[in-house]
Ligand binder design. Structure first.
Ligand code: GLN
Length: 489
């Protein structure tokens, strides 16, 4: 089998080749590193590589395979981590100058779980600085280019993780999603991306952006791979007080049920004005596909959706301003060389270390939390957040899952929105509400626009119903071919 054939296989296919001893894990990992060498300069997906570590894990897997020992399903199959997840001994920069030389002293819980599953970690993927952005253009390291068209953005903030999977540099990666940062890049790059229920996956060791919204989740080129990876990283963790004390369902089995009679809600507000015609027709075709599969389509409404971006940018920036206070030049990363006093050291360190978007958010968040404005902004936003959650609760009495476009349009040109933050913020209109409601959401490929750029279908489900959500996605995927097309770089 040629390297190209090998790396374009899904994780589950690669795992089968390993178990049948048709390829070794070292060969598999090497093949992906060759691909990274071939395309990464054009794409900018990785901030750093951890080849030694990956090969070491691969060798251990091969040894166990040789001895016919049983192994976890994804053992030996390579993966990339978003650069805001700690992995001992690796650079963890969150694509920020302030952490440019920061080396993790410990493993995040997800990293620990990946290691227990013997998944070789090949490197740390580029992202928007501190996960703030929708296009990956806020990275302080370099741009990430969309594998389907190098002049377009890959989506953000987990743009590197998504582009790496779309470009077959890895079959699997992890991203984090605070307002859409897994689902949006999955949609722009034509792959699967899953944001689990808040509390499903431990956030311990994830560099915090907005703690009440952040969740880690998988990227892959098919639904089954994401189900397997979610199984591997989910579960209770005493180091994260918000992690849920619940058994992890066998997602990879549950997704294979049929969806006859499933009630699929279509969010009317997200199929009206502002949705590009090609996205609209791809979603309408998806609705038809669900009917063909035996699902029952119901129209649902989220009347408070129009407030979600406003609410999000108050809550997320407020939490970010508090979370990012720890980057002061004392404990972590960069410290200015030119300060004469402690206060000056704080100020200069942060002025030099943070990029423009991060500074904008810190200012917005500090303002929203300041005395006199707290009640008017932060408290009000929390109240509306609760009402949005109530909207979801109501909708989920009418439908088992709901669908809408992940984004109203496909990937845009690099540079086209950077000077207009408001228009950039609007990119997340379809994704942000799920984070406010704490519910799971995912994006699955559902078509291409006239320029060949991928379109994503978003599926949302009630809290902890990842199985039903991924089952709806799996059935759609099995009935369509969109996921089979691979970007030609
Ligand atoms: N685009 C949104 C933002 O910039 C969401 C980012 C995220 O999910 N991390 O805040």
């Amino acid at each position: 089998m040629s390297n190209n054939e090998l790396i374009s296989k899904t994780a589950i296919e690669q795992s089968k080749l390993l178990k049948n001893r048709e390829v070794s894990s070292v060969e598999l990992v090497e093949a992906h590193f060759e691909r990274i060498e071939e395309v990464d300069e054009k794409l900018g997906t990785f901030n750093s590589l951890t080849k030694e570590e990956a090969i070491k894990t691969a060798k251990e897997v091969d040894e166990k395979l040789k001895n016919k020992e049983s192994l976890p399903v994804l053992a030996g199959v390579p993966l990339a981590l978003k650069d805001n997840m700690n992995m001992v001994g690796s650079y963890t920069t969150a694509s920020s100058k302030i952490l440019a030389n920061f080396v993790s002293p410990y493993d995040a819980t997800v990293t620990k779980k990946l290691k227990e599953n013997m998944i070789p970690i090949v490197g740390k993927a580029n992202m928007d600085e501190f996960a703030m952005g929708s296009s990956n253009e806020n990275s302080a390291t370099k741009l990430v280019h969309n594998p389907w068209n190098l002049n377009k953005v890959p989506g953000g903030s987990s743009g590197g993780s998504a582009a790496a999977v779309a470009a077959c540099e890895v079959p699997l990666s992890l991203g984090s999603d605070t307002g859409g940062s897994i689902r949006l890049p999955a949609s722009f790059c034509g792959i699967v991306g899953v944001k689990p229920t808040y509390g499903r996956v431990s956030r311990y060791g994830l560099i915090a952006f907005a703690s009440s919204l952040d969740q880690i989740g998988p990227f892959s080129r098919c639904v089954e791979d994401s189900a397997l990876l979610l199984e591997a990283i989910s579960g209770h963790d005493e180091k994260d007080s918000t992690s849920l004390k619940l058994e992890v369902p066998k997602y990879s089995e549950l997704i294979k049920h049929d969806i006859n009679g499933l009630k699929v809600g279509v969010i009317t507000e997200l199929l009206s004005d502002g949705v590009s015609p090609c996205v609209k027709s791809a979603i309408e075709a998806a609705i038809q596909k669900y009917k063909d599969l035996g699902a029952q389509i119901v129209e649902v409404s989220l009347p408070l959706l129009k407030y979600s971006i406003g609410v999000y940018y108050i809550i997320a920036t407020a939490e970010a301003s508090s979370n990012l206070a720890r980057f002061d030049g004392v404990k972590y990363g960069h410290r200015t060389k030119e300060a004469k006093s402690l206060i000056e050291m704080y100020c200069k360190t942060r002025a030099e270390g943070f990029g423009d978007e991060v500074k904008r958010r810190i200012m917005l968040g500090t303002y929203a939390l300041s005395s006199g404005y707290y009640d008017a902004y932060y408290k009000k936003a929390q109240q509306v957040r609760r009402l949005i959650k109530n909207d979801f609760d109501k909708v989920f009495t009418q439908a088992d899952v709901i669908i809408c476009p992940t984004c109203p349009y496909t990937a845009f040109e690099i540079g086209s929105k950077v000077s207009d933050p408001l228009s950039m913020y609007l990119t997340d209109i379809g994704t942000i509400t799920a984070n406010l409601g704490g519910i799971p959401g995912m994006s699955v490929p559902c078509g291409f626009d006239k320029d060949g750029m991928p379109i994503g279908l978003e599926i949302l489900a009630p809290a902890l119903k990842e199985d039903v959500m991924m089952c709806a996605a799996y059935n759609f995927e099995q009935a369509t071919d969109f996921h089979k097309k691979i970007a030609n770089i």
